[in-house]
Design a protein around this ligand. Sequence first.
Ligand code: FAD
Length: 394
Amino acid sequence: MEKFDLAIIGGGAAGIVAAISAATRGKSAVILEKTPSLGKKILATGNGRCNLLNDRLDSSHYNPASRGLVDSVFEKFGKFEMLGFFEKLGLSVFSQEGRIFPRTNQAASVLRVLELELRRLSVPLKFNFDCAGVVPTPGGFTVSSRSGDTVKCKNAILTGGGKTYPSFGSDGSVYEIARRFGHTIIEPVPAVVPLLVRDTLCHQLQGQKIFASARPVINGEVGPEVTGDLLFTKYGLSGTCILDVSEAISIALARQAKTQVFVAVDMVPFMSEEALKEELKRRWNQVPDTADILAGILPNKFGPALRPVFDSGIDAAVNSLKHRLFRVSGTCGWNEAEFTAGGVSVDEINTGTLESKKQKGFFFAGEVLDVNGQRGGYNLAWAWASGWVAGAAE
Ligand SMILES: Cc1cc2nc3c(=O)[nH]c(=O)nc-3n(C[C@H](O)[C@H](O)[C@H](O)COP(=O)(O)OP(=O)(O)OC[C@H]3O[C@@H](n4cnc5c(N)ncnc54)[C@H](O)[C@@H]3O)c2cc1C
């Protein structure tokens, strides 16, 4: 049986770049992919546009626990190396407020140039290889699939992703492989995900989008404020400012079993409390119906929906508009989350190489690790960079 220098378990963003990195150095690398094609998730990124990187790339955009590891990887393969890598593959990119996209605005272009590079480097691809186990053998590992296929290799990299959008292939099954080597799995929870809220306002205003600020409030502790779109939905809240606070909320609910979990929303962040109060006082006696008092400040549907808050007077209404608390009962789960918070503990991974501290010759890259980036290209950036570094290891 042929023995490869490197077996890469998972043909997503991290696995593809790991293979290119290894093959560029003359190593024989094979990609073992569970589904019949590579990079399905790449095609879905950035609403099909693929926000592949961010101009402001540094470790401050990742969860605090991971920053040492992230720094050690970006020192070797940072923003400029990533830009150079894609330029060399022939991908033109542009920056939109710091977020980097392919010029074609098509995620398919990103996947295509990566596939062409794999072909140029003659990297073998084994599809429908659903990896079930990795067993150390003298001088390497035997990797086996659920259907009984086996591959021998000197080193292996686990790039099987997290748990989001299981229909794209990654469903968390690879955590078990890491666990068997003695690795700790930080409980994975859905992040960048809409929130479930039972509040009549959500129902009344479903489909309405406003510019708002949101903060997580967990057992009375108020988290950092995020500003952006807020979308009222039938089941709760979505929009960029909700997605950005969702990781803290999801961790509190699913990992820490906190019971008092809220999002505090400022529906009028462009006016101070005093200015809003003054304006509403001015309008109070001028409008024939309180349903019209918010006309021009918020979309027309908000007036009738918020009429009851004016029954207790202007101070109470301003308080409700600027500090409305929505109790969160859950998230929309893995099928609607963009990212997994949690995964293989970074404490058990060597900085600079991404080799396991538990098993020599076994490496990790991408979302399978407990490295959680913010929205804006940081998660793909981590996948490319960690793939490159793990693929480069001797
Ligand atoms: C809808 C959506 C939009 C997103 N948009 C962006 C964006 O614009 N910018 C950004 O930075 N990030 C975005 N992300 C996050 C980003 O896509 C991921 O962080 C990134 O793809 C992770 O790469 P990965 O290679 O680690 O994992 P994945 O891309 O999930 O790849 C893992 C691969 O491993 C395979 N696999 C799983 N288990 C096995 C097994 N047992 N055996 C063999 N193969 C296996 C899977 O089939 C898959 O091909 C988005 C995510 C989603 C879901």
